[in-house]
Design a protein. Sequence first.
Length: 428
Amino acid sequence: MSAKVPSAWFGQPRGLTVLFLTQMWEQFSYYGMRALLVYYMTKQLMMGQEKASFIYGLYTATAYFTPIVGGLIADRWLGKRRAVLIGGSIMAIGHFMMAFEPLFYPALATIALGNGLFLPSLPGQIGDLYRSQDPRRGWAFNVYYVGINIGGFLAPLICGTLGEVYGWHYGFGAAGIGMVAGLSIYIAGSRYLPPELPRSSPQRVVMRWADHRRVFAVLLAVGLAVTVFRGAYEQVGNTVALWADSGIDRVVGTMTIPGTWFQSMNPLLVMLMTPPLLAYWHRRSREGREHSALQKMAIGALIVASSYLLLAAVSAVSGPAQASWLWLALFFVIFTLGELFILPTGLGLFARLAPAGVGATTVAAWFFAIFTGSLLAGAVGTLWSSLSQPVFFTSLAAIAAASAGLLLSIDRAACKVEAARKVEEFGT
């Protein structure tokens, strides 16, 4: 009898640890660069706020559009592993290019191109780690989400501090090193990853899409709702960062808290809040009172809406004076709780409903919703300079609440599709 391979964090397979550590360092590079991007454009490149916000939105949108093509390439030709290695290498090159001011625009394009291959191919391997009846499968994406947020937590502290204190290019260079670290972990831990499934021919992919019209119709509707939600959600790295820089009193004693540090609160809170939230959901499941996936997502959107209402109230009361940094900290607590209800749940739904052989392509469809939402967020961000702060934050709350309404309107159809997929998969 062969020795039993021990499980890793939270009792999950070792391959999940390899995947989330790889993604953790990719997120370190992405969030490290993102924490600096708006500040770099407005303070170093001397761009106006509207142009900087538009470029920020366009970049984040493009970074989530390229996975649509990248997922198809991975499913049909490269395979997920090779796509991760090629895409990650291209991204590392792009991050190092950011250290050189004349290469600013080519660097952004390079990172976005590499991201297209990398992003859908890594989480697309998670489902292959488990057998169909493995009860750990439903928790995998929440555990994965905790792991990758370690990188999001460290990035603003390390890359942000290097960029703001020692020079922007040091921060961008550190982001590149993080991407190389992620690739190294992926290569070293490849023996724990699931074997590659046979790649699908283009004709077979078309057949699967035709056979699963109801599945993709529901995912399209969910994607539209998530698009609306991201229009508000993505303001954290854009207009909320600008407000943190100018509208918040960040002085504590003799120290001024760097603006980029606040962006570390979100991933830190993800790590702290996920275990008790999973325990709460598990208890509700045992009691037969578990919310459906779309109900959880709608609750999350409403919680995010309430976080923006808090900012609207704070900015209205403080007026031209700076508000206490404690209000911004409270905003991130509420905001992150809502995020945990909607984003890992949505990603898990797309991966769970993906037909066999087109996993990366289906996961890429989730990132397409992030693409369209980022475009919307960039357009919404341009209103920051023309609207009062209370009106602007109230508008964000309305956008998030509208997405909750859309999610609830398609909940019944989504439950039927998910039940049908379970019967198809388990044969019961």
